[in-house]
Design a protein around this ligand. Structure first.
Ligand code: BGC
Length: 775
């Protein structure tokens, strides 16, 4: 695979940079971002550079700047360490750098950077190691080693807490107390200006010198900054090593029990005292164990491929999802750029339900459940949005921040290339399929896990409330006696203000149909729950309405060639030669030639739209129908959204176009680690990372949830000799192994019988039984 980041052919857990380039810092910072779902810390260098994007983000700490929408504030930084050696400020653009290497170990999130720096005719070896602990989510630990190779060195270091961080200039933080405890632990308090979340950042340093002498630190307090400064003289070939421990806590954290600022101060300080008593080695061992226990022990996945980077891409995708998924707190969800950058302000989109939720449903269902609880908590905001638009029920926000916030999409975006004016972002107003997507994701969880209790507690209500919204949203067209949904944006965001987007109408209809079935089942089987929901949601009345309307929802019919129209007008628009945009190295190339208004008049699609529908409702469409629509839409799709390639790859795999599927899979993998060195500056693409797993397990592995039936029909790409992975199904674990001739499915300590379907035949397993099927 062509990559912009180096890999190690013998260790699929390593991503590397072998040459420092201060122009392309953003990509490496995001791709090697460290985190634990609570916080994300970009892999910035200790010394600073003009092009750096130094971000520390904590999930759920949303704040508004000057009337803008909520965003995750860039928090006080503890990663920067200013180093001066023999009067030379460390700066890799000066002097000469050899033996350079920056590396992330995906297995435990250890970031290492080392190099030899020659300046003013003197040579130094430096090594930096950093981890964001998976064992204690509040903790960052850095270790710095400085060795003068050819003479003694006088080293000056300035290291502490920098609260002058901004989100592209927007400052969210109000300065609080700055203090030193026990002459060792320095602390800075800060508060977000609008949401008033208090935070305590506490830091200390521990030193190791060759002869064990003490190093005296001097504290320096500036505006929104606290630092220690220290100086030491290092003998030739000797090493000065220091470890910096920092804890970050907020009064929004669900493991913080205190009431006031004093308690928060103590919380951060106590954590730091405990953690800094452990060595770097001990911290690394603890985080390594936690990565296994929390992440790698679930959904184990191995690929034997001619291209070893396929496995790296999978490890990377799973690493990144773990960095960015707030598994510790169901009041938070995954951002479209995770915790890896300021892009999309930390907001959650449909990306979660359609692209990332499947990974968790099948590998760690408790996380999927937490992500769905977030939507349940979001019902109040969804009700407000519906009411503001004169609808009923729950209209989920296109972009979501804190669950009760409701719609959080910004209103204005980038400048239009023709008019030069800021373009209105219509998605928050009219990209309404999100409401069905949320319901769809929640039902997928129930169907795959059989978690009936959670379904009763939360999921059914989400679906019923979503159906209530759709029933009120439908527009009756009396001339033809049908319900339409006009003036929307579908998944293809290159078409705004369109009527009857097939994806939107189809999924709205599915939501109503599902709600009808749930109403009937609840009324019969769960009378108490039914009575409670009926009282709150007025279900009897809704049911009548749903029944009247559901079969009159307008679905555009395929044309004479079998092409399902994306919307009312798509098929009548002009076509142009799109080859230039389809082969461009950057996304959005088409905007250099056309503005959105012009693009909306061309048969060009940003991302899977009709094809996504065919993938999500796979058993509803025949293979022939899928193929016709693939042939029609793929050539018209620029894949300008990172959500596009993985969907196309699964579909291509389903259609047995395995070479094409593999090509698209590799392109999906390249979105973040590929050769485009600016693609991830604002953060990595969470939906695409979930999508990579979807391609492997749903596409090549052939796993599919058909209603409540598990189907397994693998199609290995030619380059792969073997694929094995584990999934959860109905609360049981299965190991699936596919090679060129066999499919083997093994139950792992099953406590109930497991059934699956392969080419129309049913198989049953129990205990540790396995079945081997010739392919
Ligand atoms: C895509 C959306 C997606 C959003 C966040 C946009 O470019 O068109 O479908 O939800 O990015 O990833």
């Amino acid at each position: 695979m062509q990559l912009g980041i180096r890999t190690n052919p013998t260790n699929p857990w390593i991503l590397q940079e072998k040459e420092f380039n201060s122009r392309y810092l953003g990509k490496v910072e995001a791709v090697m971002c460290q985190g634990n779902g609570y916080m994300g810390v970009r892999a910035t260098t200790e010394e600073n550079y003009v092009e750096e994007r130094r971000d520390t983000l904590i999930a759920g700490t949303f704040d508004k700047f000057d009337g803008e929408v909520n965003e995750l504030p860039n928090l006080p930084d503890v990663t920067e360490i200013k180093i001066e050696i023999n009067g030379q400020i460390l700066d890799l653009n000066q002097g000469h750098v050899t033996d350079y290497q920056r590396e992330i170990d995906l297995k435990n999130g250890l970031l290492t950077r080392s190099f030899t720096w020659t300046i003013a005719e003197r040579i130094y070896r430096l090594k930096f190691e950093r981890l964001v602990s998976m064992a204690n989510r509040h903790l960052i630990v850095s270790r710095v080693s400085i060795t003068p190779l050819d003479g003694q060195a006088v080293v000056m270091v300035k290291s502490g807490i920098d609260g002058q961080m901004t989100n592209n200039g927007a400052s969210h933080l109000v300065e609080g107390d700055k203090r030193l405890f026990d002459g060792t632990f320095m602390q800075m308090l800060t508060r977000t200006s609008e949401s008033k979340i208090n935070m305590a950042i506490t830091t200390c340093h521990k030193f190791k010198t060759a002869d064990g002498h003490d190093i005296k630190q001097q504290m320096e307090i500036g505006r929104r900054q606290v630092f220690f400064k220290f100086m030491d003289t290092i003998a030739p070939q000797a090493t000065l090593q220091f470890t910096k421990y920092s804890t970050l806590v907020t009064d929004r954290d669900n493991d913080y029990q205190g009431q006031d600022l004093g308690a928060l101060q103590q919380f951060g300080l106590t954590l730091l005292k405990v953690e800094s008593a452990k060595t770097f080695k001990e911290q690394l061992a603890a985080t390594t164990t936690a990565w296994h226990r929390n992440v790698w022990d679930y959904g184990k996945l191995q690929i034997e491929s001619n291209d070893t980077d396929d496995q790296v891409a999978l490890n990377f995708a799973r690493y990144q999802l773990a960095v960015s998924t707030p598994v510790h707190d169901h009041r938070m969800n995954i951002g479209a750029k995770g915790l890896t950058g300021e892009g999309y302000k930390g907001h959650t989109f449909w990306d979660t339900e359609i692209f990332m939720l499947p990974y968790y449903i099948f590998t760690k269902p408790e996380v999927a459940k937490s992500l769905i609880k977030y939507r349940y908590l979001g019902l109040s905001g969804a009700h407000r949005k519906a009411q503001a638009n004169n609808y009923e029920g729950a209209q989920f926000p296109w972009e979501a921040a804190w669950p009760s916030d409701g719609e959080s999409t910004p209103v204005w975006g980038a400048a239009d290339i023709i008019t030069g004016r800021a373009m209105k972002i219509w998605s928050g107003f009219i990209e309404q399929h999100i409401t069905s997507d949320v319901a769809y994701g929640a039902m997928e969880y129930v169907n795959a896990t059989g978690d009936d209790q959670f379904a009763l507690d939360k999921v059914y209500e989400i679906v019923l409330d979503a159906a209530k919204f759709w029933a009120s949203r439908l527009e009756y067209n009396g001339k033809v006696d049908r319900y339409e949904i006009n003036d929307v944006i579908g998944p293809d965001e290159y078409k705004e203000h369109i009527n009857n987007n097939t994806f939107t109408n189809y999924t709205a209809k599915w939501t109503l149909q599902t709600a009808i079935e749930l109403y009937e089942a609840l009324k019969t089987n769960e009378p108490q729950k039914f009575a409670e929901l009926n009282h709150r949601l007025n279900l009897d009345l809704c049911y009548q309405l749903w029944q009247e309307r559901v079969n009159k929802i307008y679905l555009l019919q395929p044309n004479s060639e079998g092409v399902i129209p994306e919307n009312d007008t798509y098929l009548s628009l002009k076509t142009i030669d799109l080859s230039k945009y389809k082969s461009a190295s950057h996304v959005g190339e088409i905007f250099n030639d056309y503005n959105l208004d012009q693009i909306s008049k061309i048969q060009v699609t940003k991302q899977a739209d009709v094809l996504l529908l065919l993938y999500l409702f796979e058993q509803k469409f025949a293979a022939k129908e899928k193929r016709i629509n693939w042939d029609y839409y793929e050539p018209k799709t620029t894949h300008d959204s990172s959500l596009s390639l993985s969907t196309h790859a699964v579909l291509a795999s389903d259609l047995k176009m395995t070479d094409k599927a593999y090509e698209l899979f590799q392109r999906a993998c390249q979105i973040d680690i590929g050769p485009d060195m600016t693609s991830s500056n604002d953060g990595t693409h969470s939906a695409s990372l979930g999508g990579i797993w979807n391609v492997v397990v749903f596409g090549f592995g052939g796993i599919r949830l058909l209603g409540t039936t598990l189907r397994i029909e693998p199609h290995l790409p030619k380059a792969w000799m073997k694929l094995s992975f584990e999934i959860f199904w109905q609360q049981q674990r299965l190991r699936i192994m596919v090679d060129r001739g066999h499919l083997s499915v093994q139950a792992l300590n099953a406590t109930a019988p497991i059934s699956f379907e392969h080419r129309g035949k049913q198989y049953h397993l129990d205990g540790n039984e396995s079945v081997v099927i010739n392919l």
